[in-house]
Design a protein around this ligand. Sequence first.
Ligand code: PAF
Length: 281
Amino acid sequence: MEILRTAAEITRFAKAAQQAGKVIGLVPTMGALHEGHLTLMRAAKAKCDVVIASVFVNPVQFGPNEDYDAYPRRFEEDCRSLESVGVDAVFHPEPKEMYPEGYGTYINVESDFTRKLCGGQRPGHFRGVATVVTKLMNLSRAQEAFFGQKDAQQVLVIRRFVKDLNLQVNVNMVPIVREESGLARSSRNAYLSEPERAAALVLSRSLRKAENAWKAGETDAESLKKLVREEIQSEPLAEIDYVELYSFDELKEIQEVRGESLLALAVRIGKTRLIDNIIIG
Ligand code: PAF
C-alpha cells in the first residue's frame, strides 16, 4: 500500500490509475479505523479497480469547543488495517497541506436540511465536511466514493453538492456496522468508560424498540419518537441532543411514516456525543 502525504503525491498516483483506465474508489475517513470503516473499504474493493482511503482529521469540520485535539489518532495501526483489506493507497496529509497559508475557499450547502439534526447542533460542521470531501474527490479523481449510513445526513449533504456542482462521482451509502451488543461502530466509542459503554447500548435499543413498533403497525411519527425518548430517558447516564424522524431524501417533517424515513438520534453519554439511526418505511 502506498502512503501519500502531499497533493502532488496523490495526484501522481491518481493520474497513473486514471491513465491506465482504472475505476478509482475513494473512502474518506478521519482514522481510528474500526470494522465500520473496513466494511466501507471492502465495498470499495468490490466495486473499484483501485481504492484510495484518506486518513485526515479535518480541522475545519470541528467547532471551537469540540474534540479536534482529543480525536483519536493511530495512523500506524490504521495502515495495518487498510493493508489487511487490500487498500491500494492511503492519503494522509498534514492540515497545512490541505489548508495552506491564505486558504480561502469553502463549500456551503444551503439546503434547509443542512440546518437540521447535526447541522443544527454543530454550526459549520457540514461546511467543513463538504469542503474537505470536495478536495478529496478532486485529488483522488475517484468515480466512486463510499460513506457510512451512520452519518446519514452527511451522505445527503455530499449527494447534494455532488449533484449541484456536477461532480462526476457516484456516492455509495453503506449500512451501519454494529457490535454484537447493537452499539453502532464509531471512533468516538473509544472515549467511553465501561459503565458508559453499557449505557450507550440504549441508543440502538431505543431505535430497535421503535422499529418493532413500526413493524407492528405504528406509523405515527410523534408516537415513534416518544418511544425512543422514553427508552433513552430510562438510562441515567444518557442525555438527549435530538430524536427526529424525517423523510429520508430531503429531511422534511413528517406526521406519518409512509416512504423511506430516517429515525435519527444524538445522545450524550457523559462527555461523549454519539449518533445512531435507522431507515424505516
Ligand atoms: O465521516 C467522516 O469521518 C468525516 O466527516 C469525513 C467524511 C471523512 C470528512 O472528514
